[in-house]
Design a protein around this ligand. Structure first.
Ligand code: CP
Ligand code: NVA
Length: 296
């Protein structure tokens, strides 16, 4: 296993499987499992807001017998109050692991370069690997991974980028439909083999899919583009009409937070086909497994 968990691309399918089986064990024995990280302290350095990532890492460390320190955007003030490399080197003397959530992916790479303790990517503008790992774990639980096709409708953002790597490692097919100019980047597609099919139309991508997935059209940091994106993404909403084209037993996923009424309707998000809350819960179990694999 690598020192850091920065991108799924760095890991083999077998390593990902190890994480999934540990996550399943930890989930099954949530209240009784061993305190595998007793005495360890995790630092969360977040430049952006968070609900799921922060809380699941904090609760996860607690359940594993460890502790956490949360450092929000006004605390260390990376790159402003002090150089990233100084902060990373100093924090490595206090902490056993660091989870940064940054805007630029380069900043996260710099933290990892200078940190002597493991770094886990808590989301950057480019990637969100803990999310994609939990998503694949959720699909595995609900449907198994064999013969599965995901349809991802919307912005080719951090969540999709990590899902693309995850799908290619896990042997899942993924259809992606985005408006022109908002589709997957060539540099990512070239590393994902034939797992990915790109479509212009949401309808074509969803036809026959087992999982229908979306994320916000405007990610954190893109707020100035909100109005433009709202127009550009018209026709890429997951609503009941679109969902009817997927398999009858298709499930709906969203990393959350959702912008209800934009990329997804209330009706779909609250429907029986939606598994978004189970998906969010699994962040906890999968991240506990990642922490244990890196720190033990
Ligand atoms: N899905 C996710 O990462 O949620 P938060 O931004 O609330 O952490
Ligand atoms: N794409 C979203 C994901 C939030 C978990 C964002 O970056 O804002």
């Amino acid at each position: 296993m690598k020192k850091d968990f920065i991108t799924i691309r760095d890991f083999t399918g077998a390593e990902l499987d190890e994480i999934f089986s540990l996550a399943a064990q930890l989930k099954a024995k949530r209240k009784t499992h061993e305190k595998l990280l007793k005495g360890k302290v995790l630092g969360l350095i977040f430049e952006k807001p968070s609900n799921r990532t922060r809380v699941s890492f904090e609760v996860g460390m607690f359940e594993l017998g460890g502790n956490t320190v949360y450092l929000g955007s006004d605390e260390i003030r990376l790159g402003k109050r002090e150089a990233v490399k100084d902060a990373a080197r100093v924090l490595s003397r206090y902490l056993d692991c660091i989870v940064p959530r940054t805007f630029s992916h380069t900043r996260l790479l710099e933290i990892a370069q200078y940190s002597t303790v493991p770094v886990i990517n808590g989301l950057t503008d480019l990637l969100h690997p803990c999310q994609a790992m939990s998503d694949i774990f959720t699909i595995k639980e609900k449907k198994g991974l064999k013969g599965i096709t995901i349809a991802f409708i919307g912005d080719a953002n951090n969540v999709l980028n990590s899902l693309l790597y995850g799908c290619s490692k896990a042997g899942i097919k993924i259809n992606v439909a985005s408006p022109k100019g908002y589709g997957p980047k060539e540099e990512i597609l070239k590393d994902t083999g034939n797992a990915v099919k790109v479509f212009d139309s949401a309808k074509d991508a969803v036809r026959g899919a087992d999982i229908v997935y979306t994320d916000v059209w405007t990610s954190m940091g893109q707020e100035k583009e909100y109005k433009k994106r709202l127009k550009r993404f018209k026709g890429f909403q997951i609503n009941s009409d679109l969902l009817r084209l997927a398999k009858k037993d298709a499930m709906v996923m969203h990393c959350l937070p959702a912008h209800r009424g934009e990329e997804i309707t209330d009706e779909v998000l609250d429907s029986r086909q939606s598994i978004v809350i189970d998906q969010a819960e699994n962040r906890l179990h999968v991240q506990k497994a990642i922490l244990t694999k890196l720190l033990k």
